[in-house]
Design a protein around this ligand. Sequence first.
Ligand code: GLP
Length: 239
Amino acid sequence: MEVRVFPDAYGAALYTATLVETTITQLSSPVLGLATGGTMIPVYQHLVQFHRRGLRFEHVTTINLDEYVGLEPTDRHSYHAFMREHLFDHVDLSLDCRYIPSGAACDLTAACRAYDEILQAHPIDLQLLGIGVNGHIGFNEPADHLKPHTHVVELTEDTIRQNARFFDAEERVPTRAITMGLQSILFAKRIVLLAVGASKAQAVREAITGDIRTTVPASLLQLHPQVTFVLDEAAAQQL
Ligand code: GLP
């Protein structure tokens, strides 16, 4: 495991974006596993800048980690909308090479299985991750058991409270989500977890230096042979 600490969030996001850029330029058909959340916004801003300076996305496939259940892709709170706003609308990524779970599907079980088939067909070269204050990755919430494949999850009160800032009111945050499972995440060839700010310091410490436990899903990353934690000083303060 590699841990890179930067003086501030800007440096951490820029470094993360350069890792993505390297993957895009070095591989002929790169597959990126993408994440949402406030931490990722500056990473996507840098990638859009890189695109304006010539970085091409036309050969890239993207597979997002998760989506809220019950939100149509057109809903402005959906992760579909997040990705359009922060990345997809600004780069030359092909429309049929971007995948996000279908949170609005009538048959969620079928939607999960369909997503697993997409993952099987497109092994991820670089998986971007954020981390929840409770140690979740994707929407794999702390629990006694974690699921290997794509599944529907009940969000914890912690996560609903944390993510309420993106909604008009806490009551509007969906209580369920579809997320890629732990096996799918760990199957990525390389994983880069970006965490900034003091609110993430405890989760980061438990993920990096704690025992591997399902109650800290990010601690399972210790099992991966090529994982990089990219942190600012605030997120690294408990290491
Ligand atoms: C959501 C996403 C996670 C993300 C987390 C942290 O819960 N499902 O993938 O890591 O938010 O978000 P933020 O970066 O806004 O703290």
